[in-house]
Design a protein around this ligand. Structure first.
Ligand code: 3HC
Length: 311
């Protein structure tokens, strides 16, 4: 709408330094793509081991990209990868991580309490000009922003990337009632610099993609639980009959069963507390099969097994 795209770009605050909290699949991907496009990035996670895993993920992805960019020269491939890593600082110290941040993007665990705690702390640590954004896929941006001061809320929005971040072209940019035009424009500008296509959506459960994709994934799990068809046949059906690149079970394994469970639990809490008119209680009912797999540590590709087994 007009309101969503109003505001002049001259008032926009350029982002030269970005800090990403959470070095998992999403955080590492966001850091990598920002750095590929010339933004200085600091990636912060709790342990050196977590950061080492982030680095390995970036290295793997950059190798694929470098191979395509410079198919005939190993030296140029290596030089490209090094130039991307030159823009990235890894740290476990949150205060140090945000020292020069124009924009902080949070991509930590999908848990509202933990996210609010992080932003409460960051609100105190960061300069007044720092923009805050969450990469949450299913939680309310306004609710997360409520952990920060009134002044910060104008500088708070959502930027929701998709897995694998280097490959998926979309970012959903979310503005709350309190997000300023200037902040919204800055977030759109960062997406453009990262060569992503930005769409905007109100601060609603799942925004656009997950509001459609998550019910589809859970409906598939319930279909399997009822014994209507096998996971293999459901996946084959959606790939060959609807042209999806992955079937729903391949997709849940790819996204992570724990993440899927977090989304379901978060939405159920919303429905139970009367905060989400657009979600039905049938949609958010617990799934015994999903809970059992998560309990067994079968979290999908990342743990070696989910609905399928991986090497
Ligand atoms: N880094 C860099 N490049 C990558 C990459 C990565 N991590 N992963 C894949 N690619 C590139 C490959 O190099 C290849 O490039 P090319 O076409 O130029 O050679 C291209 O992507 C295709 O990869 P592959 O040939 O290995 O495999 P596929 O053709 O099966 O594609 C896929 C893989 C892109 C993951 C595709 O299967 C797909 O689009 N799947 C659906 C993904 C999806 O729906 N994601 C959204 C999940 S929901 C979400 O993230 C929201 C969250 O909040 C829950």
């Amino acid at each position: 709408t007009r309101r969503h795209f109003s505001g002049s770009s001259s008032r926009m605050q350029a982002v030269n330094n970005m800090t990403v909290f959470g070095g998992g699949l999403m955080g590492a991907g966001i850091a990598q793509v920002a750095s590929q496009h010339g933004i200085k990035v600091t990636l912060c996670d709790l342990t050196d081991q977590a950061l080492a895993t982030s680095k390995t993920m970036m290295q793997k992805s950059l190798s694929r990209i470098a191979n395509k960019k410079h198919p005939d020269s190993k030296d140029e491939q290596q030089a490209y990868i090094s130039s991307v890593f030159d823009n990235v600082t890894l740290t476990t110290d949150p205060a140090l991580a945000v020292k020069d941040a124009d924009l902080v993007i949070e991509a930590i665990v999908e848990n509202i309490k933990v996210k609010k705690e992080l932003f409460r702390m960051l609100d105190e640590e960061c300069s007044a000009k720092t923009i805050f954004a969450s990469n949450t896929s299913s939680l309310s941006i306004s609710e997360i922003a409520s952990a920060t001061s009134q002044a910060r809320r104008a500088k708070f929005g959502g930027v929701h990337f998709f897995n694998p971040v280097p490959q998926m072209k979309l970012v959903e940019v979310i503005r709350t009632e309190e997000t300023s035009d200037e902040t919204f424009q800055s977030l759109l500008d960062v997406c453009k610099r990262m060569q992503k296509h930005a769409v905007s959506c109100k601060d609603t459960p799942g925004f656009i993609v997950n509001r459609l994709l998550v019910p589809y994934m859970f409906e598939s799990v319930r279909m399997l639980e009822r014994g209507d068809a096998t996971a293999e046949d459901i996946d084959a059906a959606m790939k060959l009959g609807a042209g999806y690149p992955m079937g729903p079970f391949e997709l849940i394994d790819f996204v992570g069963l724990d993440t899927a469970q977090h989304i379901l639990d978060g939405w159920r809490q919303k429905v139970e507390s009367g905060q989400a008119d657009s979600l039905s209680s049938d949609l958010v009912a617990p799934s015994a099969l999903l809970s059992q797999k998560v309990k067994e540590g079968k979290l999908g590709r990342k743990s070696g097994e989910g609905f399928y087994k991986y090497n």
